[in-house]
Design a protein around this ligand. Structure first.
Ligand SMILES: [Zn+2]
Length: 431
C-alpha cells in the first residue's frame, strides 16, 4: 500500500537535511518511508493532504509507566519516598492484570492523541499491559519492572524472561531490562539483572538519582558515588537509559560518558516531587545523550510530550539565568532522535528519512493560540497543545486522522472501566 502525505511543511530532524522544508511530499510504502520529494507524481492508494500543516517525526517518550494513568496528579504535598510508599505502592498491591490492561489502554490512547508514537515503559501486570499495547498498535519498548528486596524478586526476573521469549519478532515491540532503581534492588539483584541484559542483549533502563535522598542512600550503601557504584556493578559496560538523573556531578557525568549512557530527563515529575532540576546543558556538554520522559501520570500529570518539552527548555534557561544555553531545535532533538538513539531504535524511528519506519505526526496550527507562526520550531516546542495534533501514524498505520481515532476502541467504555477501577482501589486504600 502506498500512502502520500502531500504538501506539508516537514521538519525531518535528519541532521543531513535542513531544519524545515515547505511543500514536501512523503511517500510511505507499507510501513516504511520510501521517498521524500517535491511534487510527487507517482501512484498512491491514500492521499493525506497536509497543506498548511506541519509534519514531524512521532515523539519518543523515554521514561514512563503506562499503567499509572489512574494515579494522575496524586503527589500533592508528598516527597518522592512518601508518595511511593504511602500513596502508590499500597494501591498497586491490589491492581490486577485486568486493571493494568485498562489503565495502560487509556495511556496508549493519550499518547496517540498527543503525538507520541514510541514509549519506554516499565510496570507490572505485564500480560494486561502488553494486551493493551498490542491492541492500540503503539510502538513500545517494554519491560517488567524488577524490584529486588523481597522474596518474589527472582520470580519477577523469570516472568520477564518468559515475556521476552514469548514476544520475539513483533515489529512494534522491543524490550529493556528494568531494575527499578538502586534503592529498591540490592547489589546481588542488580547483578542478576545485568546477567539478563547480557543473555538477551538488551539495554538496561532504571531510575537513577532522582532526588538528593536517593543519592545519599546509594552513597551510604556503596561507600562511593552513584556513578562509581554503577561502574562497580559492571553497568557501564551496557547500554543504559537512566531515568531522571537529577543529580549527577561533573566528575560522574564524565565517568558515565565513557559508557553508552542516555539520561531520560523527567522535568515535570522532578518539579512536582520537589526533586530538583537536572543540569542537562552540562550533561550534553560532557557527552551524555539526553532524551525526554514524562514519567507516569502520577508524578508527571500527563503523557503530552509537548507540555514536558517546553519545560526542558525553560528550566535550563532559568537554571543558568541565560536564554542562550539551549535552543528549541535542541529540545526537539531531545524529544525525537535522541530518544530513538537511547532506545537502540535510531535506524528505525526518530527522524523522517527514507528507509525509516513511518512513525509520523501531523500538526494543525490554525487555531488562534498558535497563530501566526513566525518561528515554527519555537512554536512547536513552547506553544503547541495536544489539540494541535491532527493525525498520528505509527509503522505506516494511521491511528488518528483529523482528531478521530481509527482504532476499534470505544474510549467512553474504557473510561467507565477506569472509573470502576479507581473507585474500587481508592476505597481499598482507605480501609
Ligand atoms: Zn519513573
Amino acid at each position: 500500500m502506498i500512502q502520500v502525505i502531500k504538501n506539508g511543511t516537514v521538519i525531518t530532524m535528519d541532521e543531513k537535511r535542513k531544519k524545515k522544508y515547505e511543500n514536501l511530499d512523503i511517500v510511505i510504502t507499507d510501513d516504511t518511508i520510501t521517498s521524500i520529494e517535491e511534487n510527487y507524481q507517482g501512484p498512491y492508494d491514500k492521499l493525506i493532504d497536509a497543506t498548511n500543516k506541519i509534519v514531524l517525526p512521532g515523539l519518543v517518550n523515554c521514561h514512563t509507566h503506562l499503567g499509572m494513568s489512574i494515579f494522575r496528579a496524586t503527589n500533592d504535598n508528598l516527597t518522592l519516598q512518601d508518595w511511593l510508599t504511602k500513596k502508590i505502592w499500597p494501591i498497586e498491591d491490589h491492581m490486577t492484570d485486568d486493571d493494568v490492561y485498562y489503565t495502560t489502554l487509556l495511556s496508549c490512547i493519550e499518547m496517540i492523541q498527543t503525538g507520541t508514537t514510541t514509549s519506554n515503559d516499565m510496570y507490572f501486570g505485564v500480560q494486561g499491559a502488553l494486551k493493551a499495547i498490542k491492541e492500540s498498535k503503539v510502538r513500545s519498548v517494554f519491560s517488567r519492572c524488577l524490584t529486588g528486596r523481597d522474596e518474589h524478586a527472582l520470580e519477577r526476573i523469570e516472568e520477564f524472561k518468559q515475556l521476552v521469549r514469548e514476544n520475539q519478532g513483533n515489529e512494534l515491540l522491543a524490550f529493556t531490562v528494568t531494575p527499578h532503581s538502586m534503592y529498591t534492588c540490592d547489589k546481588e539483584y542488580l547483578k542478576n539483572c545485568k546477567e539478563v541484559a547480557e543473555e538477551f542483549h538488551l539495554p538496561i533502563h532504571m531510575h537513577y538519582c532522582e532526588n538528593q535522598s536517593e543519592v545519599e542512600g546509594i552513597q551510604k550503601e556503596y561507600q562511593k558515588s552513584p556513578a562509581e557504584a554503577l561502574k562497580e556493578l559492571g553497568y557501564l559496560e551496557h547500554k543504559l537509559i537512566l531515568a531522571h538523573g537529577t543529580f549527577i556531578t561533573e566528575e560522574e557525568q564524565k565517568l558515565l560518558a565513557k559508557g553508552n549512557v542516555s539520561i531520560a530527563t523527567n522535568p515535570i515529575s522532578n518539579l512536582n516531587l520537589g526533586c530538583g532540576i537536572a543540569d542537562l546543558v552540562s550533561y550534553q556538554r560532557n557527552g551524555l545523550n539526553v532524551c525526554l520522559g514524562t514519567d507516569g501520570q502520577g508524578s508527571g500529570n500527563n503523557l503530552n510530550m509537548f507540555y514536558h518539552m517546553s519545560m526542558v527548555d525553560q528550566l535550563q534557561k532559568a537554571k543558568y539565568q541565560d536564554p542562550t544555553v539551549m535552543g528549541s531545535y535542541d529540545v526537539l532533538k531531545i524529544a525525537t532522535i535522541n530518544g530513538a538513539k537511547a532506545l537502540n531504535l535510531e535506524d528505525k524511528i526518530g527522524s523522517i528519512e527514507e528507509g525509516k519506519k513511518a512513525d509520523l505526526i501531523i500538526l494543525d496550527l490554525s487555531n488562534t493560540e498558535v497563530y501566526p507562526t513566525t518561528d515554527l520550531i519555537t512554536q512547536i516546542v513552547h506553544n503547541v497543545e495536544s489539540n494541535n495534533v491532527d493525525t498520528t501514524m505509527i509503522n505506516g498505520t494511521i491511528l488518528m486522522e483529523h482528531h478521530q481515532l481509527t482504532l476499534p476502541i470505544d474510549v467512553e467504555i474504557i473510561k467507565k472501566q477506569i472509573d470502576q477501577i479507581t473507585n474500587r482501589l481508592m476505597v481499598q486504600e482507605e480501609k
